[in-house]
Write a protein that binds this ligand. Structure first.
Ligand code: AMP
Ligand code: MG
Length: 423
């Protein structure tokens, strides 16, 4: 496998109507919106050969087969004495010791005769002639013999060759995002390089005349840009290559230039702000001009329309400007979609049902996500649902997901809690 083989592999283009909604659709339920994304997006990045040590967070582009078994040969799981279990009668046992010992990396080269035992250390290959190990703590020895009690099962305290992985086994499959534990597994079975997708390059652009950079002096009417640093950090935490595309003013020409520049060096772009249909909502207006805009009026709170579109073939997720809505839309929609673009599988966040530590009457018609955390086994929610309340995002450790229909939640009702770490 050479690196060159994959360098030139072109990424498949997305169709221009990949975000189109069926005619007549107005408010889209969250699940329908997710199903459409799942169906229409596919991996868009090139493949590359990557050293295993550099793979954490990257996505496998091909299945991986073990080159060697784990363990490669039978070895001892403990410090103790090895012998042939089949040769023993009922205990107690007294066995003479052979000279020498078996240690990890320093095998005993001879054969242990039947009825004899040998000193063995954890990780040492089992010498010829033995199949079982008795723990050092369970033995008395005078240096020439050992004595211990039964019963001893054949194979005790010994690890069989390949009991974990056999050579030739498929250990990891394409679409997996690699973890530190995967790096251990790959290393143990002799795999030093794997085929991965190149990290998805995701641009982040903020829009709005009111935004200034934190650190600069803010005049009256200005606010610090909170979404861009938040989204860049979240993308990095997910293993994507986060690209800072800066802040765009509410000026269609400048915004278009910045999108052109971004589309040249990103595989996908998250923008925040200007995604609605108001006078200063230039993001949605520009995407509409390309003919690829889908204004997804998704039936969810918090979140105003999510503007999805293609800019020069690059998917744009036009997120709401409110930081809470921007993050919720990113967690719920952008994350699984970006995963598909990056070559991973669609992944629904894993939540679990817990008793509510709050009461709330919810109307039918849209799904709701509340900033939440678990205390004393119950989901408590932030004191305000205001979608500009960034302190509540920081307070929260996850989201409570309330179903699309009406709900009367009282203390102790079961509610679905999704920790942020599940996204
Ligand atoms: P918009 O979607 O552009 O109408 O913005 C909705 C709200 O979110 C407004 O109060 C904006 O000032 C605020 N907002 C937009 N972008 C950001 C940002 N990057 N950081 C913090 N707040 C923002
Ligand atoms: Mg705005």
């Amino acid at each position: 496998m050479s690196t060159d083989e994959f360098d030139e592999l072109p990424a498949p283009a997305l169709t221009n109507d990949c975000f189109a909604l069926p005619a007549g659709v107005n408010w889209t339920p969250v699940d329908d919106a997710l199903a459409m994304l799942k169906e229409r997006l596919n991996a868009t990045t090139a493949r590359q050969v990557t050293a295993v040590t550099e793979t954490v967070g990257l996505i496998l582009a091909a299945d991986v087969v073990a080159k060697r078994a784990n363990p490669p040969e039978p070895n001892s799981a403990v410090d103790g004495y090895a012998f042939a279990g089949a040769a023993l009668g009922d205990g107690p046992y007294v066995l003479p010791l052979v000279e020498g010992r078996a240690a990890a990396g320093v095998p005993f080269e001879g054969v242990v005769p039947e009825g004899y035992a040998i000193r063995i250390l954890t990780g040492a290959a089992m010498p010829m002639g033995v199949d079982s190990v008795v723990l050092e703590e369970d033995v008395n020895t005078d240096g020439a013999r050992i004595a211990f009690n039964g019963p001893i099962k054949i194979g005790s305290n010994a690890r069989r060759a390949g009991e974990d992985v056999n050579a030739g086994d498929v250990i990891l499959t394409a679409t997996r995002r690699l973890t530190p534990a995967d790096v251990a597994l790959l290393s143990a079975v002799g795999v030093a390089e794997v085929e991965t997708y190149a990290p998805l390059r995701v641009g982040v652009l903020s829009t709005g005349d009111e935004l200034v950079e934190t650190g600069a002096a803010a005049k009256a009417g200005q606010i610090y840009d909170a979404n861009r640093p938040m989204l860049l950090a979240q993308l990095r935490a997910w293993g994507f290559e986060a690209i800072d595309l800066g802040r765009a003013p509410d000026d269609r020409t400048v915004l278009a230039d910045m999108l052109n520049e971004g589309a040249g060096r990103c595989d996908a772009i998250l923008t925040s702000g200007g995604a609605s249909a108001g006078d200063e909502d230039h993001m949605s207006a520009l995407l509409a001009e390309t003919g690829s805009l889908a204004m997804w009026r998704i039936a969810l709170k918090p979140g105003r329309p999510l503007a999805l579109g293609l800019w020069d073939g690059v998917p744009i997720f036009g997120l709401p400007g409110n930081p809470v809505a921007a993050l919720v839309c990113t967690l719920i929609f952008a994350r699984p979609a970006l995963n598909l673009l990056a070559g991973a599988q669609w992944a629904a966040p894993q939540g679990f049902d817990v008793p509510a530590g709050f009461a709330k009457t919810k109307k039918a018609g849209r799904r709701e996500y509340l900033r939440a955390r678990i205390r004393d086994g119950r989901a408590e929610v932030f004191k305000s649902e205001g979608s500009g309340r960034i302190s509540g995002l920081s307070w929260a450790e996850g989201l409570v997901e309330l179903p699309d229909g009406a709900a009367e939640i009282t203390q102790g009702s079961r509610v679905r809690y999704i920790p942020f770490t599940s996204f």
